[in-house]
Unconditional design. Structure first.
Length: 487
């Protein structure tokens, strides 16, 4: 049996008859996604030690995180091409091999340059993994089980970055940061070995033409825009340099978008944005992600700069929320499969809006426990809205367009998170400067209140959009959708 034929037959496996085989494939993909997502934040507790050992400044050391985000963001649009060009097994093994090689470079690195190059290799593999995982799961799992399956992916997205700094911090304190990367290398290598025996070719492949101009425009556009947003958050919106990168990113992205609509075989099929359900789901997910990430940035600022808590205490306040979010992703997925997206979206976005509004009234004496409760409510709301709405949007796409859908969704959520963080932090600092004649705590508290007020407004917009547009499909519509996705 040829590989091409194997690819076709695996993609149409009967879910009931081949449940164990499909479960094993998904487990392998999810484990790879967990390892790569875990690595995104794993270096945070090691940065002071690395700076001391390699004799670099804070601004230089931050590239270990910033560079990872930029490279992974560049790789996400490329994933749609890779998924359609290479078999599932080859792509997974290639991505995890890149990631493992990057981890090994970090483990044996004699200087900062080698560590940075290693992080770039890690990011290249990580950028492929999440869209690949989502695409395979959505193709293998029937419509009435997709919510639960995507909930598992949501668990990985929530839990891995959350426990990364804590778990890595313990390993680094006991054995050193080099050992941390040896451990991750071994786990990634194990996944590659298992994939050779377990993973089957799920997605029917073709030989799409790679449009080099689109690759360049996509890479330049995303990298310039995201770096400009990051720089604006670091040095402020009044400097010219961030805006220069942002403008270059916007222009390159605009040319990229126009080119995709003119190509017979687009590098990234943006035509699927004409599907209203997919587009609305993506917009709501973008707003939710922007609110989520910006809130996670500003809350530690409030707790440390206004209340005087330590960085560890601020992290502990956020940990219960991350754990509850991970657990609720599974619960929300099961509810989605049984009752559809509407109730989850309305309750989840209401919780997100209320919790964001509650932060507007925080003050220096706000109890630690109350902050934990409000933040946990916020994270539970996100878990009830983000993945169910994303799944609802992707469900409208055929299997042939699923790779492009997951790539577009992941890319736009990444961009929204970057824009949101820059925008809301800029609001915080700008309004704080308006009260520069007052004491530090009063001025900065004012800026934080205004920023959370604007976040609340955006959350309300997403809630209204969900109320108007998000509907639970009727049985006959589900049957019609099932036939369409298999076409």
């Amino acid at each position: 049996m040829s590989k091409q034929h194997s690819s076709k037959s695996t993609a149409t496996l009967d879910y009931q008859q081949n449940f164990k085989k499909i479960l094993l494939i998904i487990a392998l993909l999810v484990s790879g996604g967990f390892i790569t997502m875990f690595s995104e934040t794993v270096l945070t507790p090691a940065l002071p030690t690395i700076m001391e050992e390699t004799n670099v400044s804070t601004n230089v050391a931050q590239w270990l995180t910033t560079g990872f985000i930029l490279v992974s963001a560049i790789m996400i649009p490329l994933t749609a091409f890779f998924i359609n060009r290479f078999s599932t097994r080859r792509l997974f093994m290639g991505a995890m091999s890149l990631f493992a090689f990057g981890c090994l470079l970090c483990a044996i690195s004699p200087n900062f340059t080698v560590i940075l190059i290693g992080r770039f290799f890690q990011a290249a593999g990580a950028g492929i993994m999440m869209p690949l995982c989502q695409t395979v799961v959505l193709i293998l799992v029937p419509l009435n089980k997709r919510g639960t399956a995507m909930g598992v992916i949501g668990l990985v997205m929530a839990l891995a970055p959350a426990i990364g700094p804590t778990l890595a911090g313990w390993v680094i304190d006991v054995m050193g940061w080099h050992i941390m990367f040896y451990i991750i290398t071994a786990l990634a290598a194990l996944d590659v070995i298992l994939a050779a025996f377990v993973l089957e070719n799920v997605i029917e492949t073709s030989r799409p033409q790679l449009d080099i101009a689109s690759v360049i425009l996509s890479s330049v556009g995303l990298a310039s825009f995201l770096y400009g947003c990051t720089a604006a958050g670091d040095i402020g919106l009044l400097h010219v340099m961030p805006w220069l990168f942002i403008v270059v990113g916007v222009v390159a992205s605009a040319i990229f978008v126009k080119r995709q609509f003119n190509l017979k075989e687009p590098f990234l099929d943006l035509r699927i944005l004409r599907y209203r359900q997919f587009t609305i789901a993506t917009i709501i997910a973008m707003i939710t992600n922007a609110a989520l990430i910006s809130g996670a940035v500003m809350l530690p600022i409030f707790m440390q700069n206004i209340q005087g808590f330590s960085a560890m205490q601020a992290g502990l306040a956020m940990l219960p929320g991350a754990i509850c979010m991970a657990i609720m992703n599974i619960v929300s997925g099961r509810i989605f499969d049984k009752y559809g997206p509407r109730g989850l979206a309305l309750i989840g976005l209401s919780m997100l809006t209320i919790s964001a509004g509650a932060f507007v009234f925080m003050h220096p004496g706000t109890p630690f426990a109350l902050i934990c409760v409000i933040y946990t409510m916020r994270m539970v709301g996100v878990s009830m809205a983000m993945m169910p709405i994303t799944t609802w949007g992707l469900n409208t796409l055929s299997n042939k367009r699923m790779a492009h859908g997951t790539a577009i969704n992941n890319t736009l959520r990444q961009v929204a998170g970057s824009i949101g963080t820059t925008f809301f932090v800029a609001i915080m600092t700008s309004f704080a400067s308006l009260r520069s004649n007052e004491d530090y705590i009063t001025a900065n508290l004012y800026g934080i209140h205004i920023s959370f007020g604007v976040i609340t407004l955006f959350c309300m917009i997403s809630l209204v959009m969900s109320f108007i547009f998000v509907r639970t499909p009727k049985p006959d519509a589900v049957l019609k959708l099932k036939k369409a996705t298999q076409a």
